[in-house]
Unconditional design. Structure first.
Length: 379
């Protein structure tokens, strides 16, 4: 009798162990263990203490600023495209498909926090053959108003996340509404980034409702321009304390697209986002202009000009000096070979006609106050 009871217990224990082994998510556990640094343990992974310490040491010993990639002033029939902010997976797939179809180059500038949580989206981009750039950890704006230690923290954490996701750290940097001051560029260089990119034309996707709209937009863009599409998910930092379930509002568990012209463009009325992007790429194809690699555009030491705001209304090219283009190249750019343009910043940091100092320090009036619209410059 005792023997039968022991056998029964043995069978029951074996069945329970088998069920546990069969149903437990061992694959998920293995995936978490394989990721360098434990990317699923986000609180620990975001720290990047060693990288931040190394960058702070480098900025003291070798305080050279990074170069800035700006629009070309030559007449070559080419432009460059950058995507500011990591889109959601569906929109990313649409963008990658359109770019691949038209053999167009682009750089996706991703926030570190979104990159850590959107590994499938990152995979879509890299498998499509497109490079990733550093858009700070939370898509921060006005970095020129932040202490250099905070800038280093934003950049180093993003570098670490994207390196863990792809095996390669970004080489290019962008930040929203940021003047590229010497301190910002020193931090960029100290964090292992090669250059900052400054777009001179912003695409308002909500205004591209037909092929004719896209054709008119393409005609207004000077050759050599760097075009930006501002997209991206809303960065949601982790909550510091749990909220009781009954007090939580009904929210979508997935990050959402920002309430902007991009969201309007992706809405149910009118063409969807993929159709609008298809219009734009087709318009430049008809114009005979290719989307080239931004790495081959002009590189200068400083570009002390304030960032521009995206204005609602008809699509148009907005050059770096804030005056809408009328079929002419933007004035404050350098040539492809790095030779100083007539009114642009020189490769050696010499004084420019826009009032910047020899060290490339920005003019105070170039930076708009928070909440105040920029006033267009008079012709």
């Amino acid at each position: 009798m005792n023997f039968q009871i022991k056998m029964l217990y043995t069978v029951i224990i074996s069945v329970v162990c088998g069920l546990i082994y069969w149903w437990a998510p061992w694959e998920d556990f293995a995936q978490k263990a394989d990721i360098p640094g434990g990317i699923n343990e986000l609180d620990m992974f975001w720290q990047a203490d060693d990288e931040i310490a190394a960058a702070r040491e480098k900025i003291i010993e070798h305080p050279e600023p990074a170069l800035v990639i700006v629009a070309n002033r030559n007449e070559l029939p080419q432009v460059a495209l950058v995507v500011e902010g990591l889109p959601d997976r569906v929109m990313t797939a649409q963008i990658v498909d359109c770019l691949t179809k038209h053999k167009a180059n682009a750089v996706f500038f991703a926030e570190g926090m979104n990159a850590a949580e959107e590994d499938e989206t990152i995979k879509l981009i890299t498998e499509g053959g497109f490079p990733l750039g550093n858009y700070t950890f939370v898509g921060a704006s006005r970095l020129d108003r932040q202490p250099i230690t905070k800038i280093i923290g934003e950049l180093c954490r993003t570098q670490k996340v994207i390196r863990a996701q792809t095996g390669t750290a970004p080489k290019l940097f962008m930040a929203n509404r940021t003047v590229y001051t010497p301190d910002v560029l020193k931090a960029v260089n100290a964090c292992g980034l090669e250059a900052a990119v400054r777009a001179n034309v912003y695409i308002d996707m909500a205004t591209i409702n037909s092929q004719a709209d896209a054709d008119n937009f393409a005609l207004s863009v000077p050759n050599g321009s760097i075009l930006s599409m501002k997209l991206g998910l809303t960065v949601e930092p982790p909550a510091k304390a749990a909220v009781p379930r009954e007090q939580r509002p009904a929210i979508d568990k997935k990050p959402t697209i920002k309430d902007s012209t991009v969201q309007k463009a992706a809405g149910s009325s009118g063409p969807n986002f993929a159709e609008r992007l298809e219009y734009i790429l087709t318009a430049f194809d008809k114009k005979g202009v290719v989307f080239a690699d931004v790495n081959y555009f002009s590189k200068i030491k400083y570009i002390p000009v304030a960032p521009m705001e995206v204005e609602e209304g008809a699509p148009k090219a907005v050059p770096e000096n804030g005056v809408p283009a009328q079929g002419k190249p933007a004035g404050n750019v350098a040539t492809k070979t790095g030779t100083p343009a007539e009114s642009g910043a020189s490769e050696e940091g010499a004084p420019t006609d826009n009032g910047s100092s020899e060290e490339g320090e920005p003019l105070e009036e170039d930076v708009p106050e928070e909440g105040e619209p920029e006033e267009p410059a008079e012709d």
